[in-house]
Design a protein around this ligand. Structure first.
Ligand code: ZN
Length: 153
């Protein structure tokens, strides 16, 4: 569970894009969730705080890709622990399948992250400037096809 307690394993913008994809609702209980910065850190343990849950748990090889992540409130996330969804709440399987097959809106995630954390926005702009420089100076990687498989999920 400890990997789920922090927030650094996924970028803020991807996290927020997944919450947006799931309409800021817990997929299990349906209540509205929110995400905020507390005590100087991005940790929020209120029962109605948004959290990301791995559909296939990390411990059995599940990835950190949006196609393996759903929005749960902290309360439902703790209740599920690492039990497979089919064993925990089989009636959720369809909802989960639809959520994880919906592409995330990265631009929206980024806008939300920028709004919540101006310092994050500044870091991302600096990173983009670096990426643009690299894009001009290096040919596209030959592993591009491998990436497409992941992005197509
Ligand atoms: Zn819930």
């Amino acid at each position: 569970m400890s990997h789920k307690q922090g927030f650094r394993w996924i970028s803020l913008r991807t996290r927020l894009a997944i919450y947006s994809r799931d309409d800021w609702r817990c997929l299990a209980c349906g209540r509205k969730v929110t995400w905020r910065k507390g005590r100087g850190k991005w940790t929020d343990h209120r029962p109605t705080a948004a959290s990301l849950d791995h559909v296939t748990p990390r411990c059995v090889g599940g990835s950190n890709a949006p196609s393996n992540l759903i929005t749960l409130c902290v309360g439902c996330n703790s209740a599920r622990a690492d039990v497979p969804i089919g064993a925990w709440r089989p009636e959720l399987l369809d909802t989960v399948a639809i959520a994880v097959s919906t592409p995330i809106d990265r631009a929206m995630g980024r806008a939300l992250a920028d709004e919540l954390d101006p310092a994050f926005g500044e870091r991302m702009r600096a990173k983009d400037r670096g990426a643009r420089r690299r894009a001009r100076s290096t040919p596209p990687p030959s592993t591009q096809r491998g990436c497409a498989v992941l992005n197509g999920l």
